[in-house]
Ligand binder design. Structure first.
Ligand SMILES: [Zn+2]
Length: 306
């Protein structure tokens, strides 16, 4: 069976020249277009009902209408009327991949999970939290009982953790190398700005962390996720831990991130947990290196699941 991967040209809102390379989703899709074992599918947008389970009416209105502008732009994108439809499609890609993974074991969406987005505002290039929107939609529809997020973007997943507090059906695990907090793009992990809870845990990767240290920290962290007995794992396979990324203090190259993805897929496979992955962040100036991290995740999928 081919791997179903969800992509839509409408994912990319018009944000002008920006450190977030929004065209990378299209570039990854293009790089995968000749792969005979991958089927690209256009997702449907999420519904108002899907958004309202997670986000406040005031915030949803701000993103759809651009008013108040300060709230509509808190995620640090200039607001245009392309923003709202693009985010509905992006969140829809995450939800579609999750549903496919529940049925077929594994799937992907060429989107960000938007882990910094909170209930009443966006942060850090994240508008609506697609990970939690997906989890809540699956729970509400009776498609899953428990959903886990394994967040290996460089940045701490603060939005997902805050949303997890009131959601016992959700387990959020963030393994991060940059203690993102409150729209500040870089904070050293030696000071922790957040508290963990029963269903939201975090593990920091120290500055200059290499591949073997990363794998040992993953091995320390993953049993808690397994013990939650999720029906599905949503995996944020971020490209920003890469050593050349402007936000990354880590020493992880392409091989290390490929090993990370292989390790995650082997964990999911050996525990029989369906997995859907998303691309998450990546800001290395040479975008081809960001694309390579993401296409390598597909390589890891082949190695583990084919
Ligand atoms: Zn990030």
């Amino acid at each position: 069976m081919k791997l179903k991967a969800y992509f839509h040209r409408g994912y990319a809102a018009q944000i002008g020249k920006h450190i977030m390379p929004i065209r990378k989703f299209g570039l990854v899709a293009e790089a995968l277009s000749t792969a005979a074992d991958i089927e690209m599918i256009e997702p449907d947008p999420v519904s108002d009902e899907d958004l309202l389970r997670v986000h406040t009416v005031r915030y949803i209105h701000a993103v759809s209408n651009g008013e108040p502008r300060e709230l509509a732009e808190m995620q640090k994108f200039p607001w245009t009327d392309t923003l709202y439809p693009s985010v509905l499609l992006t969140n829809g890609g995450c939800l579609a991949a999750a549903r496919t993974a529940l049925g077929e074991g594994v799937s992907a969406a060429l989107v960000s999970g938007f882990h910094h987005a909170c209930a009443d505002h966006g942060e850090g290039f994240c508008t609506f939290n697609g990970l939690v929107i997906t989890a809540d939609a699956l729970i509400d529809g009776g498609e899953a009982k428990r959903v886990a997020v394994l967040d290996m973007d460089l940045h701490y997943g603060n939005g997902t953790a805050q949303l997890a507090v009131s959601r016992p059906h959700l387990f959020a695990l963030s393994i991060y190398g940059n203690d993102y907090w409150n729209n500040v793009a870089y904070r050293d992990v030696s000071f922790r700005h957040h508290l963990d809870g029963a269903n939201h845990r975090s593990y920091s990767l120290p500055a200059s962390c290499n591949g073997s240290t990363m794998i040992s920290i993953m091995d320390e962290a993953l049993p808690a996720l397994r013990d939650f007995r999720p029906d599905l794992v949503l995996y944020q396979a971020g490209a920003d831990p890469y050593y050349e990324d402007p936000y990354s203090p880590l020493d992880l190259d392409h091989d290390d991130l490929l090993a990370r993805d292989r390790h995650v897929f082997s964990f999911a496979k050996s525990n029989g947990i369906p997995i859907a992955w998303v691309l998450a962040g990546g800001y290395t100036e040479d975008t081809s290196k960001v694309v390579r991290v993401h296409t390598n995740t597909f390589k890891a999928w082949r190695e583990v699941f084919r």
